[in-house]
Design a protein around this ligand. Structure first.
Ligand SMILES: *Cc1c(COP(=O)(O)O)cnc(C)c1O
Length: 823
């Protein structure tokens, strides 16, 4: 007989937590965290909102999967070592169109604050720069276009490092982004896959030792994240692999001490996906990176082929049902791994296996920089993946046989196209493997695709001309315009209707409005609102008081010599010098914004960061310059910072040495948001100029052809000796104004520029850069209406740079896939 009083109390207690149907948020907040609602913090609120949104999309997510399976639809698999996705909450709300629903859901929580909830989500920084961000934009576009697609990557527990600036220097801090449980991910331990390596490790004397020939097995655990397309019809999946070690030990065999060793060994295995390598466009031949690449390939292919077979397909149907895109050479081992599975597990003959492999795989090249071309020591394959090495040798033997038959006697050609480099040491050339073993090799802008064919891999392009093609990059207008710039987005919707986020060519409808003074006024007001939002944020977050009327001039991207942040800061030094020495010089107020991470081992890039910060400090110290210009280095550049800064920017700096930036994508984000571009004729910036008309762009400097042809005779000292501003800027580097008491601080930079030949030709372009900047300054001051006209024209012409356009071209020209509408 229950105690009636207790029952009474229980009902009263339940009454305090009675939820209406659909009160997902309250339920998650209180029950997941076991806290009273008014004691929850913003992080817990974020998790609750995210989980309630996940509930909302779960059935749609299941339906997407079920439909793809039932229709046995051709499926795209995007393999990438990086996904720079940033935050997911606002993007999901935007794409599902559920702002009102969320607002409603949150109403019962008196202490909620939407801005703080959004800020409680860390950036998923599983990438370094453009390549990882491209993968994220592609996922958004594939889901929006209803293309059946799964992105495969690694679940790094530590993403790209968090950058702090200590007395002007970059300091790297670990980014423990999974510290709190991530509300988006679903771990699917039942779909784990096993990966084998032919080499084990043991730990003794505090060091790791290889035990070759002793096979080990690792587990890949899938962690799925939903990718909601705009409109919420298709919910695709980003599947990230985490490494684990199976409990295959017979623990009975171990006596006490060995038990602990066995567990330590497990921990080591699980370290495989612990951290993302922080190098952008360079490779360092580290064993762990090699194993990470194989782990991604092995887990993903096992999963892809299991799904393919589960749908009842015969092996011969592989290219009709599966399209695998390799994002750079990082997953290029897929060529050999797919062959291994088809030969050893499916038991196909070589010719059939090879035909299926080539027709299933496709490769995207991302850079022409020689230091970025991946090569792995043959010895590393021999140790860990001897079967893959055998297969690579066999591919190479047959391939070189074909080449020899076509060009008998040309041994020099054979050595150039071989998958194996012999000297100075034996290495596998991953780009050659990717080109030979796939049916498509694409570059990421017209100029990049051309240079790739004509110079970087000219011999392979001659052997396989039909495989080479171009797919100019794009960015998703949902994140980069609709979400990031609500004021401008609202104006666009008012002017053009609400279809533009899915059909960005509609922005062309703005072009006639550039001549409408009333519209220009409203356009300026929308841009100013975005600027004020940024200025408020930077004041709150960094205590920096900026003037929202000043021109904002931004260069934000990874710090690299070829991207030439150094050219930009030399220009600032020249302006600084002019302000100090020419009392009649009265430039427009300008804020020079820099942001970007340097690879931790890239010393010169880190010195450039220090220099930018020293120039910023010098300008503030100096009564002759203080308040007239501002220089700001914003720490920890990432997706969220880009979303804040790009809509507020007036001038976009795209100033790489021509021929070195494969495409660039921040150039496109800036254009969409109405910035004017100053740039070299490089990457996709060239195509931007063609679309908008060069009168709306500010090109300067040498072309790629001029860079190549003038290299041999180029003399930076010639410029230093003859150009007073160049000399003044460089001399400031060692002055007490910039490096007080430490004149040698920038000796390495001076050396690179003057004594070491200035490989990236900063001094060749500095003169025309300064002139072009001056033209921009004049336009800003003297003709604001003309400026706004150009700004509107840029937005109007940016439709082509939607990643939807890029993905449609991949889908029809490389993958042969069609949209698969979900009911
Ligand atoms: C777009 C983007 C990049 C790429 O910038 P580029 O200027 O094309 O090199 C890098 N990082 C982040 C966070 C981005 O959003």
């Amino acid at each position: 007989m229950p105690d009636p009083k207790a029952k009474d109390e229980l009902e009263q207690y339940e009454g305090t937590f009675r939820f209406r149907d659909g009160d997902y948020y309250d339920r998650h907040l209180v029950f997941d965290h076991v806290v009273p609602m008014d004691e929850a913090n913003q992080r817990q609120r974020f998790e609750a909102v995210a989980r309630s949104l996940r509930d909302l999309l779960t059935q749609r997510w299941l339906l997407t999967k079920e439909t793809h399976h039932r229709l046995n639809a051709k499926q795209v698999y995007y393999l990438s070592m990086e996904y720079l996705i940033g935050r997911t909450l606002l993007n999901t709300v935007t794409n599902l169109g559920v702002r009102d629903y969320v607002r409603d859901d949150l109403r019962s929580d008196a202490r909620q604050n939407w801005a703080e909830i959004l800020d409680a989500e860390p950036d998923a920084g599983l990438g370094n720069g453009g390549l990882g961000r491209l993968a994220a934009c592609f996922l958004d576009s594939m889901a929006t276009l209803e293309i059946p697609a799964i992105g495969y990557g690694l679940r790094y527990e530590y993403g790209v490092f968090r950058q702090e600036i200590h007395v002007g220097n970059q300091v790297e801090q670990p980014d423990n982004w999974l510290l709190h449980p991530d509300p988006w991910e679903v771990s699917r331990t039942t779909e784990s896959v096993e990966v084998s390596l032919n080499c084990s490790f043991e730990f003794h004397g505090g060091a790791l030792h290889r035990i070759p020939g002793q096979p080990i097995h690792l587990l890949g655990i899938p962690y799925d994240r939903p990718v909601a397309g705009y409109g919420g019809r298709t919910i695709n999946t980003l599947r990230l692999w985490g490494a684990a070690s199976p409990d295959f030990f017979d623990f009975g065999e171990f006596s006490g001490g060995e038990f602990v060793d066995a567990v330590l060994y497990k921990v080591m295995a699980e370290s495989l996906t612990r951290v993302l390598y922080p190098d952008d466009s360079t490779t360092r031949g580290r064993t762990l990176r090699f194993l990470q690449e194989y782990f991604l390939v092995a887990c993903s292919l096992a999963d892809i082929l299991r799904r393919f077979r589960d749908r009842g397909n015969a092996w011969s149907a592989l290219p009709e049902k599966v399209a695998i895109q390799l994002n750079d050479t990082h997953p290029a081992m897929a060529v050999a791994e797919l062959m291994r599975i088809l030969l050893d597990e499916a038991r196909l003959g070589w010719d059939e296996a090879w035909d299926l492999t080539v027709r299933t795989l496709a490769y995207t090249n991302h850079t022409l920089l020689p230091e970025a071309l991946e090569k792995w020591p043959v010895e590393m394959f021999q140790t860990f993946l001897p079967r893959l090495l055998e297969i690579i040798y066999e591919i190479n033997y047959r391939f070189l046989g074909d080449v020899h038959a076509r060009y008998p006697g040309d041994n020099w050609l054979l050595s150039r196209v071989s998958l194996i480099e012999e000297l100075p040491s034996r290495q596998v050339r991953m780009a050659n493997l990717a080109i030979v073993g796939t049916h498509s090799t694409n570059g990421v802008s017209e100029i990049h695709s051309r240079l790739l064919r004509e110079s970087t891999v000219v011999d392979l392009a001659d052997l396989f001309p039909s495989r080479f093609n171009n797919k100019t990059n794009g960015v998703t207008p949902r994140r980069w315009l609709l979400l990031a710039n609500p004021d401008l987005a609202a104006l666009l919707t008012e002017a053009l209707g609400d279809a533009w986020p899915m059909d960005l060519d509609r922005l062309e409808g703005l072009a006639p409005l550039a001549d409408d003074a009333a519209f220009r006024e409203r356009f300026r007001a929308a841009r100013l609102a975005a600027k004020r939002r940024f200025v408020d944020w930077i004041g709150r977050e960094h205590g920096i008081e900026l003037d929202s009327d000043a021109l904002i001039d931004s260069q934000v991207k990874r710090i690299h010599e070829y991207k030439r942040q150094l050219l930009n800061i030399l220009r600032v030094l020249a302006i600084y010098h002019r302000l100090r020495t020419d009392s009649s010089f009265d430039p427009e107020p300008r804020t020079y914004v820099f942001a970007g991470k340097a690879a931790p081992a890239y010393h010169l890039a880190k010195t450039i960061i220090r220099l930018i910060n020293d120039v910023a400090a010098a300008v503030e110290r100096d009564p002759l310059t203080r308040g007239r210009i501002r220089v700001v280095f914003l720490p920890n550049y990432g997706v969220t910072l880009a979303e804040r800064l790009i809509p507020a920017t007036d001038i976009s700096e795209q100033i790489s040495t021509a021929g070195y930036e494969a495409s660039g994508t921040s150039n496109m984000k800036f254009m969409m948001n109405g910035a004017l571009t100053i740039g070299t004729r490089d990457g996709a910036t060239i195509e931007m100029g063609r679309r908008v008309g060069e009168e709306n762009m500010f090109f300067f400097g040498l072309t790629a052809e001029q860079v190549a042809s003038s290299r041999a005779s180029y003399s930076p000292l010639w410029h230093y000796d003859r150009e007073p501003e160049t000399r003044a800027a460089i001399d400031l580097l060692s002055s007490d104004l910039i490096s007080p008491g430490d004149p040698a601080r920038y000796e390495s930079i001076r050396h690179v520029l003057l004594e070491h030949g200035d490989y990236y030709m900063h001094l060749a372009d500095l003169g025309s850069y300064l002139e072009t900047q001056e033209r921009l300054g004049k336009l800003w001051t003297d003709d604001p209406e003309g400026w706004t006209r150009k700004s509107i024209n840029n937005v109007a012409a940016s439709g082509y740079f939607s990643s939807d356009r890029t993905i449609k071209a991949y889908a029809s020209e490389i993958w042969g896939v069609e949209p698969c509408p979900i009911r």
